[in-house]
Design a protein around this ligand. Structure first.
Ligand code: G3H
Length: 540
């Protein structure tokens, strides 16, 4: 697509389908603290969509509203509310029976479902995600909630008995850690943040939640649902600049668990701000540069299909995206030709359009950054292999396939997180394997081959370098019951439906040496069901 064609993709205001138009800007001043939706009277930040409209022959970025910019005091007020609600582990939520906590969460999920259309619309406007993918993000989050509830029941069943070992009785359960600070990324502002928020809540923690830099307003329709479903102070929202908000919380030393998805640079800052590093548990999802390795015997049609979605779905803005493609020299030409042809058939346009795949990019300065990666590679000998690749109009960048890419180029190591596809040719399979070994990242890899022996030759060395090797399939997080993690600078801790429950909790036991006295005490507690910890309740 040339620049004129790209320009034409931006609609006039009247061409936006009424079902997806935002009738009025959303001026958010509300924030949820201590069970109350408060009004912020301080500064706000303007929120602009990546979507532009054509007005009077000019492209104009759409202003969709404003969001609160809390100061340090307001952020600390949210932290205090969480601390008070946890009450040193004696709070209503922390001590509530698991069954009742689950009932609150089911109520929340039902309330959340009712907000689907509002949230999906805001996902499109705030981060430019297609209608189909925004809907999937919402539905996947709801599914995640129910899957997590089932996993919690299983966890609870497994802990619902007293065991006796070497004359010592013990009941072992997982207990909450305390106050969690949950921060998510802009590319999955709903799913990825809620995938840590939900298990953190279900395990009995109190939470301060800071939405990502883009995708803030979409949480607004859910504030009341949160307020109405959980005891006061269990879930609190903060908005604004890092140093004033999350920074202040970390410096207080009162955050027990940090869940953060973003860059390792910010994760390092946050962790270092905490004065008691041993108190802090962390679950981090950070950068990745997942490679595809295409062997001579690969099924090229399947490989191209997987590499297209792997590298370009949501414009490559997925932590799991394929961010560098190593292709054996014997199939390089055919691969490049087929990949570029397939790319040409992808639809670019506005998020609400049917079958659209390439949409505007939300990050400020992103197209300049991507362009600088393309220019750097081209100055060092790479070419843009697809027609009009790298053309920029406003927030749209038409994907660029770069070949031949080598280690002198920035794109070889930098995580582009956008629609730029570097292709490296190799003759010796040690080249891509060494790339993975020497990389600072270790999330996933995709290998493409048809001969089982070839597959094994890649799987065996790579499983000790990354956390998931995908055979003839793009890299991805799901299904969400599988472990999602990474080595090196790509992650800390493991998330999945069941692992996340572990991340936000700690094994705690009540033990007693066997004696007549202890037998009597334990029997009475169990018979009368007087303890929330010591019991053999079975949640159906
Ligand atoms: O941004 C990273 C996401 O966790 C990736 O999830 O592989 O399902 O797109 P996905």
């Amino acid at each position: 697509m040339n620049s004129e064609q790209l320009r034409q993709l931006f609609p006039s205001p009247s061409a936006i389908p009424p079902a997806y138009a935002l009738s009025t800007p959303i001026e958010q001043r509300e924030y949820l603290v201590n069970g109350e939706i408060k009004i912020w009277n301080g500064p706000v930040a303007e929120v602009y969509s990546p979507i532009h409209v054509m007005e009077g022959g000019e492209l104009k970025q759409v202003r969709i509203g404003s969001q609160p910019v809390l100061d340090r005091a307001a952020a600390l007020e949210a932290l205090d509310a969480a601390i008070r609600s946890y009450d040193g582990g004696r709070g209503e939520w922390a001590t509530m029976r698991v069954k009742q906590r689950i009932e609150c969460m089911v109520r929340f999920a039902k309330g959340m479902k009712e907000k689907r259309s509002e949230v999906v619309k805001l996902l499109m406007w705030e981060i430019g995600k297609s209608l189909a993918d925004s809907g999937k993000e919402f539905d996947r989050t709801i599914d995640y909630i129910f899957e997590t509830i089932e996993a919690l029941k299983t966890l609870d069943h497994d802990s619902s008995r007293i065991q006796k070992v070497q004359g010592v009785y013990a009941q072992i359960r997982r207990g909450p850690l305390g106050v969690a600070l949950c921060m998510g990324p802009y590319n999955y502002p709903l799913n990825e943040t809620y995938c840590s928020l939900i298990p953190a809540l279900l395990m009995g923690n109190s939470v301060v939640f800071k939405p990502a830099k883009y995708g803030v307003l979409l949480n607004r329709p859910l504030l009341e649902v949160f307020r109405d479903c959980f005891p006061k102070g269990v879930i609190n929202f903060i908005y604004g600049e890092g140093p004033e908000t999350s920074g202040a919380l970390m410096e207080s030393g009162k955050v027990d668990v940090l869940s953060f998805i973003g860059t390792s640079r910010v994760a390092n800052i946050l962790k270092k701000q905490h004065p008691q590093p041993n108190r802090l548990r962390a679950a981090l999802g950070l950068e990745a540069k997942n490679p595809a390795i295409i062997m001579p015997d690969a099924d090229l049609d399947l490989t191209v299909d997987e590499c297209i979605t792997g590298s370009l779905s949501y414009n490559g803005q997925r932590c799991t995206a394929l961010k560098i493609i190593f292709v054996h020299e014997s199939v390089r030409e055919k691969f490049l030709e087929t990949y570029c042809a397939k790319l040409k058939s992808l639809k670019a346009g506005m998020p609400w359009e049917d079958k659209v795949m390439l949409t505007p990019l939300p990050e400020k300065g992103k197209t300049d950054y991507l362009k600088s990666l393309i220019d750097d590679a081209c100055a060092k000998g790479a070419k843009v292999m697809n027609e009009n690749g790298g053309t920029v109009v406003a927030s749209l960048l038409y994907p660029a396939v770069l070949y031949p890419v080598d280690s002198t180029m920035r794109i070889y190591n930098e995580e582009q997180f956008g629609p730029v596809v570097p292709v490296v040719s190799f003759s010796d399979v040690r080249t891509p394997i060494d790339y993975v070994v020497n990389s600072n990242y270790g999330q996933q890899v995709s290998v493409f081959a048809t001969d089982p022996e070839t597959v094994v030759g890649l799987v065996d060395p790579l499983v000790n370098q990354v956390c998931r090797v995908n055979i003839n399939s793009q890299c991805q997080r799901g299904p969400d019951v599988f472990p999602f993690n990474g080595r090196k600078d790509s992650a800390e801790g493991t998330l999945s439906v069941s692992d996340a429950l572990r991340v936000f909790s700690i094994r705690t036991l009540v033990a007693a040496k066997q004696s007549d006295l202890n037998d009597k005490i334990l029997s009475e507690i169990l018979e009368e069901r007087s303890s929330r910890f010591l019991n053999s309740d079975y949640i159906l």
